[in-house]
Write a protein that binds this ligand. Structure first.
Ligand code: HEC
Ligand code: HEC
Length: 493
């Protein structure tokens, strides 16, 4: 185990080798204590997983929530396999809202209006394609989807005129904020065995400003929609177990210094561990869903009640535009609390599919390499979720997300130009790797990494820099059979 270091003062008592969580650590979870036997069993399994042992449990990355592996467009759409029958209707209702195309107010379909005035897409499903990840822009920088969005701002936070995100669409009669033009610079990389891989480095430029010239030094952070897999299980990991992996000052000298990010929680107040979003900026699924309604679609919820979403006071026309909010209707918001909860339930329960060929010798040798060359130092194999009073699907499961959910410095090539108060430009949260082997069967044009620049798994690996530079350099030196085994392991996830 890594030693325990805390980046920020927390409501935790820290003793060497042990961490005692105050009950307020996870106010979003109704945690029940484990028995001594359960604790011992959990620690034993996690120690074996951390050492890289190929365990039979791993066939089911989501524990009892795991669904059968069925490659194809619907591979990531199934509900937790252990969901009690009486909860399935809520999943279906949440799915209908996730897939729904919203329209601008006022419209005859009052239950689906309120979109905008400024927005990025009309449906959650437009970006999280079939509950998977976004689509990579093609070599001309064009993308038929909208799954790539841009955060903007400067040192002091969101841009005073344009807000925290560039909305490139607007309701009728309104003006969109602008567009981003994208070109790629081609970068050949030679692997030790002579194989050539071509990387594409994206270059972004803001165009068509709707509310006055963009500041010359405006910071941009491109974000590609991540897959929706297993989010409720990730949410059910006790914060202390993630914080215990952090090593911000690299005390163990392995060159890897993951940092736990504490964020203000709009839902529960105070500071909680951030684990959602590409820079771990959000603590809970429900808050992330409400933020998406607000910033991506301009829809208010009881959690973020402004009907104009991310439209700033300077953007007067959009603040004055029509919206779908009336007092005493739908909790006074465009999306009522019940709908927010249904989408949250849906998002928590998109289940990880079973592993493919996990007993295949090639896959197992790739798994051994994954540990030997340092990938597992960040892409941590396994966790045990908390025992929960009210979430049977996520309660006390051995899960295999292959992430530590910490921020890592990934080097200048992957850096954006928008440092946030809690995350540097080059810092990204280790993404979970479960279901990554199904990504291309869900959408052949899928993109990897935070901005979708990588078109294949090997490209994604070759972009690793910073704390992951050493692991990436070891991949360059692998023989072809070893590299093929490493990729076969990733494809089996
Ligand atoms: C315009 C594209 C777009 C739309 C529309 C969109 N999302 Fe997202 N989603 C993203 C991006 C980009 C991120 C990463 C955000 C970040 O890094 O902060 C994300 C992150 C998330 C996450 C966190 C996933 C993780 O692994 O941490 C959830 C949950 C989510 N979105 C749910 C939704 C829901 C529900 C809706 C509809 C209400 C929605 N999204 C609409 C692009 C989109
Ligand atoms: C220092 C921590 C660290 C190490 C070591 C590391 N990774 Fe990563 N990995 C990350 C982070 C952070 C990202 C996201 C970077 C981004 O989006 O710009 C990532 C992204 C990925 C992705 C793309 C995931 C996606 O959803 O798009 C793959 C595949 C991957 N890593 C595999 C590997 C392999 C294989 C190794 C070992 C050779 C490795 N990683 C080593 C932290 C690490």
């Amino acid at each position: 185990m890594n030693r325990i270091h805390l980046a920020l003062p927390l409501a935790l008592a820290v003793l060497p080798g042990a961490i005692f969580a105050a009950p307020m650590d996870d106010p979003h979870l109704a945690i029940r204590p484990l028995s001594a036997a359960e604790t011992a069993r959990r620690d034993e399994v996690l120690a074996a997983a951390g050492a890289g042992a190929a365990l039979s449990f791993e066939r089911s990355p989501g524990g009892a929530a795991t669904v059968p592996r069925a490659p194809g467009e619907a591979a990531l759409r199934a509900p937790s396999a252990n969901m009690p029958a009486e909860r399935k209707l809520d999943f279906e209702l949440g799915k209908a809202i996730f897939d729904k195309l919203w329209v601008a107010a006022p419209a005859s379909t009052r239950a689906s209006d309120g979109l905008g005035p400024l927005y990025n897409a009309r449906a959650c499903a437009a970006c999280h394609i079939r509950d998977g990840r976004g689509r990579a822009p093609d070599d001309d920088g064009e993308s038929e989807t909208t799954s790539l969005l841009f955060r903007l701002g400067g040192e002091g936070g969101p841009d005073p005129v344009y807000g925290m995100q560039l909305q490139d669409r607007a309701a009728p009669g309104q003006v969109a904020e602008g567009r981003v033009s994208l070109t790629f610079e081609v970068r050949p990389v030679a692997l030790a065995d002579g194989t050539a891989v071509t990387l594409r480095a994206p270059r972004y430029a803001l165009t068509d400003p709707g509310f006055g010239a963009f500041p010359a030094d405006i910071g941009l952070s491109p974000r590609m929609a991540p897959p929706m897999t297993g989010l409720g299980l990730i949410e059910a990991i006790p914060s202390a177990d993630i914080i215990a992996l952090a090593d911000p000052d690299d005390r163990n000298g392995d060159g890897i210094s993951g940092r736990a990010r504490m964020v203000a929680s709009a839902e529960h107040g105070g500071e909680l561990l951030g684990r959602f979003g590409l820079k771990a900026g959000v603590a809970t699924v429900r808050e992330q869903v409400a933020r998406a309604f607000s910033a991506d679609m301009g829809l208010s919820t009881p959690l973020f009640p402004a009907p104009w979403g991310d439209c700033t006071a300077t953007e007067a026309a959009c603040r004055a535009g029509p919206h779908g909010q009336e007092p005493d209707v739908r909790d006074g918001a465009e999306v009522d609390g019940q709908s927010l909860d249904l989408v949250t339930f849906y998002a928590r329960n998109l289940a990880p599919p079973a592993r493919d060929r996990s007993e295949d010798p090639q896959v197992q040798s790739g798994q051994a390499l994954f540990h030997a060359i340092g990938c597992a130092d960040c892409h941590r194999p396994a966790f045990v979720t908390a025992k929960l009073a009210d979430r049977p699907e996520q309660s006390f499961q051995l899960i295999w997300p292959y992430s530590d959910f910490l921020l890592h410095d990934m080097g200048p090539e992957l850096a954006d130009s928008l440092p946030e108060p809690g995350a540097e430009a080059a810092e990204w949260r280790t993404p979970p790797l479960w279901s990554i082997g199904l990504a291309q069967s869900v959408d052949p044009a899928v993109g990897y990494l935070h901005d979708g620049r990588a078109r294949s798994l090997i490209e994604a690996i070759l972009w690793h820099g910073g704390e992951a530079q050493a692991a990436r350099d070891r991949v360059i030196r692998l023989t072809k059979p070893d590299r093929d085994a490493l990729i076969a392991f990733l494809e089996s996830l």
